[in-house]
Design a protein around this ligand. Structure first.
Ligand code: AMP
Length: 483
């Protein structure tokens, strides 16, 4: 099948050819004709499957009859609204829209928080047919009366599961209620929970379900590997891996912003070209870090789940989980950065004793066991037990200080740090807080609803319901003291 077989207009075919795409990906082959025919879609597809073009191309096709070269703003009302959970994803979708629409007079713009709203207002005033936005900033524009939804004929909710995780559903619902009832709606999500289905019920009319990767499944082109390693040995092992020559470029995932910054500093000190990307970074810093990484100036991009969402880096062969996510779906999202569009990829996870429970959850979700490879000199804690409840006693515990007694005084202030969660909208009227939750004035303070534990190995672990009791004791020094 070719793109021409899908019934796309010549202007769009030219743009696709310019990109060097020879044939549609499975989701494109399925979605494009359906969207062109006006159907609502519920799309189960991970990032990397070509889903952006799968909704952007047919939406452009449907808008094309209204396209106008007139400079008059009245000729360029918002006809399609694409909602994305993070600024990075919004920007990437916007770039795709620009790419695929470049041979048409259709105008697109991107609106996200954390930056001055005034240039966005000015651009909206000039008229734009396709608006890509994060929910919080879009609502700012609604309050400002800088956007009108009267002519919206298509709505896309991209990465709906992430919207949900980040607490955006009330914002999305408010936006849905403002849109014309007569419209086409498309919802894309890598995973499908009951909540996503409920959201789909409220926004879609007789949707057609398209799934390219099975639910919560990861691409078959990715190999998975776990290195069991003590919490204390993780940094050394990561440095060794990054210096081994096997890994040229990779994204390394941490759970918290502070953990992310700390690891970046440590890697830099070890001579590794590393940079951090997380929610405490300004928008400009995040763009710069991403550009430097894409340009090959940095080798390791240290990221939190929120910041890395939707990152599209071509040919990324490695993703490293420095810490396992506490939600198995996040593993699927994380490793979606590699093995894209049919390419091969590698997902490496450094797993310490207290993370085995999360590993088991991940294996259950992806329905396969992950190979475990111990690296000499970087053994896990003696308490490391896989599968849990089937402990093989190790000959001798590593001759290291117990985790709980490690000094790192300078880092103690982050004992209560939280996993990075969201671009959620905070209270209004504080000019230092962007609509999508980015707070310029102070460190992250949001409480986490799931009882997540901080990333520090010194931190109190009692809040985490998934953590095995025995290992909690080890983290608190109970078992460690025995040795
Ligand atoms: P997405 O899933 O939309 O994030 O796309 C992942 C990557 O696949 C992007 O870098 C796209 O440029 C690329 N891509 C999208 N469609 C195709 C195609 N038909 N052939 C080759 N690459 C594609």
């Amino acid at each position: 099948m070719t793109f021409a077989d899908l019934g796309l207009a010549p202007e769009l075919l030219r743009a696709v050819l310019d990109e060097g795409y020879t044939k549609p990906t499975p989701i494109q082959a399925q979605a494009i004709p359906l969207v062109i025919s006006g159907k609502d879609i519920m799309g189960g597809a991970q990032t990397g499957t070509g889903k952006t073009a799968a909704f952007t191309l047919p939406i452009l096709q449907r808008i094309l009859p209204f396209a106008s070269s007139s400079p008059s703003p009245a000729k360029h009302p918002v006809r399609a609204l694409i909602l994305a959970p993070t600024r990075e994803l919004a920007m990437q979708v916007y770039e795709s829209v620009k790419t695929y629409s470049k041979h048409t007079p259709i105008r697109a713009m991107c609106a996200f928080g954390g930056v001055d709203i005034r240039p966005q207002i000015a651009e909206l005033k000039k008229g734009v047919e396709i608006l890509v936005a994060t929910p919080g900033r879009l609502l700012d524009h609604v309050e400002n009366k800088s956007v009108s939804f009267n002519s919206v004929q298509a709505l896309v909710l991209d990465e709906a599961d992430r919207m949900l995780d980040m607490g955006f559903v009330p914002d999305v619902t408010r936006i849905l209620n403002m849109l014309p009832a007569q419209r086409q709606s498309l919802l894309f999500s890598a995973t499908f929970s009951e909540e996503i289905k409920r959201l789909a019920d409220t926004m879609l009319k007789s949707p057609i379900l398209i799934e390219v990767a099975r639910r919560n499944q990861v691409s078959d082109t990715i190999t998975h590997r776990v290195h069991p390693v003590s919490e204390y040995g993780k940094r050394g092992l990561l440095t060794k891996l990054l210096k081994s020559g096997e890994i040229r470029q990779c994204i390394v995932f941490c759970r918290t912003k502070q953990g992310c910054s700390r690891l970046t500093r440590e890697l830099q000190r070890a001579g590794i070209k590393a940079d951090a990307i997380h929610g405490d970074k300004s928008q400009l810093e995040r763009i710069k870090a991403l550009e430097a990484f894409k340009g090959g100036e940095t080798d390791a991009l240290i990221a939190t789940d929120v910041a890395a969402r939707g990152l599209d880096v071509d040919d990324l062969p490695y993703v490293i989980n420095y810490e396992l996510p506490h939600t198995p779906e996040d593993y699927v999202h994380r490793i979606g950065r590699t093995g894209r569009a049919g390419k091969s990829g590698n997902a490496i996870s450094l797993v310490s004793a207290h993370e085995v429970g999360y590993l088991v959850d991940i294996e259950k979700l992806i329905k396969r066991p992950i190979e475990q490879v111990e690296v000499a000199g970087f053994e896990p804690e003696p308490e490391y037990e896989y599968p849990p409840g089937n402990k093989k006693k190790r000959a001798a515990p590593p001759a290291k200080a117990p985790v709980a007694s490690r000094p790192e005084r300078s880092e103690r202030s982050d004992r209560h740090e939280r996993p990075e969660r969201s671009d959620r909208r905070p209270a209004r009227r504080n000019p230092m807080i962007a609509a999508d939750g980015f707070d310029f004035s102070k460190p992250y303070e949001e409480t986490t609803p799931r009882g997540e534990v901080p990333d520090s190995p010194n931190a109190p672990a009692k809040a985490d319901p998934h953590k095995p009791k025995r290992v909690v004791a080890a983290l608190l020094g109970g078992i460690g003291r025995k040795h």
